[in-house]
Design a protein around this ligand. Structure first.
Ligand code: WQD
Length: 338
């Protein structure tokens, strides 16, 4: 098939995409500096997929390192995950986000160009839609950036567009909505450091008893139950979308696509679904709105269906169930004897 390079391949979405690419018959190389991931993930990937993981440890900001990887391996395409992705942190550290996300992509593309590697799948985000007015959200919706994080992702999308006018780049831009859940094996999953900002990992810590309760950030929005709507998508579905996207690039077809289910879920609905999986009502309280939140974000998935043949398969119960199995295994200190 092809050899695909994953930048940030030890991360949450990167590790699941590694497994999906291997399952599809591709050879896969990971580069990661473990600045926001755990080296233990590599051993678990080896155990799940079988065989050794082709890993090069280093930063995408280290141009000599990138040149070395492209000299060592014949790469047919790149999936670029390595980036900073916390909206709140980006407000406090904008220059770090510009350096890693924008300069990092630029250096990566410079070394790809030098090696004659022209296919890249880029990890973008639904936050480029800002506070949309039409639902479900099509890819043609107006784009904006309400945070330095969103600014970096929008800028990277523009870089890909403009680079393709000068060289034969074939680009797949995937705008993720809200990735959740974990691999069915329970061996890999979302592993945020510190107190989670995102909803599902926070609820998971409440279910473990590591946090006292879920605080619902606002119940006075213009939605049926007053809490925000989001388009949660299982990370296994998201990983599969990357395999399909790379398949299109290998056929020379570029695209910009939403990756979501098209089915909005509220905060209280997520809380209820997770409580049902755990088997008891998880403690929660209604708190004030969180600055920067938008009331509704959910995808129109039609173009991904038409261009990739992609449709999300996992439902909300499976998102919660795989998350709960994963966090319980982690809490049990289940170190994997690989
Ligand atoms: C979802 C809803 C919260 C925690 C962010 C990034 C986005 C992407 C995914 C990178 C909101 C509510 C949350 C809590 C709550 N990351 N909530 N109590 O903000 O939609 O998206 O993560 O690509 O770029 O912006 O996800 O999970 O933080 O919040 O009520 O303790 O859950 O207010 O309405 P979000 P989230």
């Amino acid at each position: 098939m092809a050899r695909i390079l994953l930048t940030g391949g030890a991360g949450y979405i990167g590790s699941h995409t590694y497994l999906a690419l291997r399952e599809a018959g591709h050879e896969v190389t990971i580069i990661d500096d473990f600045s926001n991931s755990d080296p233990e993930v590599i051993a678990r990937l080896a155990r799940i997929a079988g065989g050794d993981v082709d890993l090069h440890v280093g930063s995408i900001l280290d141009r000599a390192f990138l040149a070395h990887v492209f000299a060592e391996r014949r790469i047919d395409g790149v999936v670029h995950f390595a980036a900073r992705k916390a909206v709140g942190e980006s407000v406090a550290l904008p220059l770090d986000y510009f350096e890693t996300n924008i300069w990092g992509l630029t250096l990566l593309m410079q070394e790809m160009r030098a090696a004659g590697v022209w296919r890249i799948v880029f990890s973008s985000t639904a936050t480029v839609y800002g506070d949309p007015e039409t639902f479900p959200i099509p890819e043609t919706a107006p784009l904006s950036h309400a945070s330095p994080y969103a600014f970096t992702k929008l800028t990277c999308e523009r870089i890909l567009e403009q680079a393709a006018a000068a060289d034969p780049w074939v680009t797949g831009v995937l705008r993720y909505f809200n990735p959740v859940g974990a691999h069915p094996s329970g061996l890999i999953g979302e592993d945020p450091r510190g107190i989670p900002g995102n909803l599902m990992p926070y609820i998971a810590k409440v279910a473990l008893g590591e946090l006292p309760r879920l605080t619902v950030h606002g119940a006075d929005y213009d939605t049926p139950d007053g809490t925000c709507w989001r388009d949660y998508i299982h990370v296994m579905d998201l990983a599969r979308a990357h395999v399909l996207s790379m398949g299109q690039l290998l056929e020379g077809k570029s695209h910009v696509l939403n990756v979501g289910t098209g089915r909005p879920v509220s905060v209280l609905e997520m809380h209820r679904a997770y409580s049902d999986v755990v088997g008891r009502e998880l403690p929660h309280a209604i708190g004030p709105r969180r600055p920067g939140d938008v009331p509704r974000l959910y995808a129109d998935p039609a173009r991904a269906r038409a261009e990739l043949g992609f449709e999300a398969q996992y439902d909300l119960e499976e998102m919660c169930r795989t998350s709960w199995a994963w966090v319980q295994a982690q809490a049990a200190g289940w170190r994997f004897n690989c």
